[in-house]
Design a protein around this ligand. Sequence first.
Ligand code: IDC
Length: 358
Amino acid sequence: MRRPLLTLLATATLAGLGVSPTPAAATGSPTTPAANSPTATTPAAATPAAVNGRLKVCGLKLCNRYGKPVQLRGMSSHGLQWYSQCLTDGSLNALAGDWNADVLRISLYVQEGGYETNPRKFTDRVHQLIEMATARGMYALVDWHQLTPGDPHHNLERAKTFFTEIARRHRGKTNLLYDIANEPNGVSWSRVKSYAEQLIAVIRAEDPDTPILIGTHGWASLGISDGRDERDVVDNPVRASNIMYTFHFYAASHGQEYLSALDRASDRIPVFVTEFGTQEASGDGPNNFSRAQQYLDLMARKKISWVNWNFSDDHRSGAVFKSGTCDAGGPWAGTASLKPAGVWIRDRIRTPDDFPTG
Ligand code: IDC
């Protein structure tokens, strides 16, 4: 379902003025936002978030409010500490209205100059980006981008503080997803699982309904990069409901072994690909579009949702915009500012969605 660009621009303009978009008749009972209560912004009509409503894990799939499996496709930001300037009203209008993205992943690094350096500032920026995605009818995937160190327990207290505030503020929204550990590395699955169970209890106390995505061991490879595999998770699943496990791949580095693991795992556990690139695992180097297409074909067939890395103008080949685009303020729509990976992935995100409503 797509809406005319004019509607989109009007919505975005209202959002820019701090005015909530008109509640869509199609979404049923609009909630009245009140001071000191969770914000309940209703997504604009006929957008991915308005059509599908609150998502819920059903068996091995992610289902919409009709209980039907859906595949979301979208983009991840780069680290907010480096590329916040690439997330503007204009760039997100293009992501929603020109790329037709269903989901924006908001990548909040914890280290490397991220959250830990100024929790208030970064939390506020995430709140703002959630509102910007919501006003444009996209799902907002909040990514706790722990990476170095790789043991998520290192940031458990910070994660509790952060997600408590996010969940409390936004629990009235129906378009959120929480990604609670970007890429655990150098740790066993059982350690990731114990982190997840502690953090999920804290989030659920505030927000019982938002789906929670859990990074798997070996940099979200389901253990493959550690010489393990998905059986670690299948045999010892996280004790919680409405959860999925994440898988990441970079097509020029990760071939058949990763592809087979994704195929096998997605027959046993719910999987969401919260990050992938068409290039090497460095996020740079040559693209392997034919391998990437194999992954996309598999994910389309099995309705596995995916998010591509990354919506910035970083110099590496995996950043969709050419260097300098963000400081110049665009142009955001069309392909003039895009690198080859950007042109390729925009085409694939633009492929019409198939959201069952009956
Ligand atoms: C990379 C960025 C790079 C940055 C680095 C810092 O592209 O600019 O210097 O992180 O840690 C991941 C990670 C993601 C990586 C990305 C590409 O989730 O943070 O971004 N990648 O290397 N896992 C596999 C690849």
